[in-house]
Write a protein that binds this ligand. Structure first.
Ligand code: 6PG
Length: 251
């Protein structure tokens, strides 16, 4: 029996629909950034790829609460990136840009993009460069780490049973043979993902119901990468009604 990771107990927050979930996360993110800036004068946020990752960026860009935030004091990172050339439509940062990230007016030097094959010789080299950027420009921990979750319980590009999942000697790793295309990626490690004040899993759809139940139940790494990650202050499962379908009532 693997011991539960350190950090805040997971809290399930259920939203009636996917659209309300995205809107709720967008609003929650604006307020979390506002609080971080009030406390430390800055906010570092790690975004996610996937459909939820872009839906929440679009909701934030459309939220009136975005006006509360000084976007010049925000650092943007990604929990993982597909190893594709800058601007490729399948890159996570491109999809977030297209969803409205650029409209927030965050200075380009504060948006830390993972190098692709156009500016690095390999995914390993890109991982090293991204790790170096995090060491130089990061502030030791993320204020908010946003993670989509796959039906198999993967987060970022860390897949149960895949060798990269249990990498513990680095901050960022190259991933090859990803079960989710494209095959080559760069991912932050589980240990790095957990260097976060708040971890938010953003999940919609009944195909994710088992992954949510496993995450909430604290399944082992062979079943769930998500269950291995907790925030230091908060671990939120932000889900729609469909994705909550297999979570049993807490005893
Ligand atoms: O590169 C990616 O695709 C993401 O980083 C990945 O971890 C994603 O967040 C999950 O697969 C959930 O994706 P959906 O929200 O689209 O289901």
């Amino acid at each position: 029996m693997t011991s539960a990771p350190e950090g805040a107990e997971p809290l399930l927050v259920v939203h009636p629909t996917r659209a309300r979930l995205s809107a709720g996360i967008g609003a929650r993110l604006a307020l979390a950034v506002l609080d971080a800036q009030a406390e430390r004068g800055w906010a570092d946020v790690s975004l996610t790829g996937g459909t939820m990752g872009s839906s929440l960026v679009a909701a934030l860009a459309e939220s009136p609460l975005r006006e509360l935030v000084d976007w010049e004091r925000v650092g943007i990172w990604w929990g993982d990136e597909r190893y594709l050339p800058a601007g490729d439509a399948d890159r996570n940062d491109t999809q977030n840009d297209d969803a409205g990230l650029r409209s927030l007016g965050i200075p380009a030097e504060h948006v830390h993009r993972v190098p692709g094959p156009d500016t690095s010789g390999s995914a390993e080299e890109a991982a090293q460069a991204y790790e170096a950027a995090l060491r130089e420009h990061g502030r030791g921990s993320f204020d908010v780490m946003i993670l989509g979750v796959g039906p198999d319980g993967h987060v970022a590009s860390l897949f149960p049973g895949h060798p990269a999942q249990l990498s513990d000697d680095a901050i960022a790793v190259a991933v090859h043979g990803s079960p989710k295309p494209p095959p080559d990626r760069v991912s932050l490690t589980l240990e790095c993902l957990a260097r976060s004040r708040q971890v938010w899993f953003v999940v919609a759809g009944d195909d994710k119901a088992q992954a949510v139940a496993d995450g909430m139940a604290g399944a082992g790494p062979e079943r769930s990468s998500a269950a291995q990650v907790r925030g230091q202050q908060a671990t939120l499962w932000l889900v729609d009604q469909s994705a909550a379908g297999q979570v049993t009532e807490r005893g």
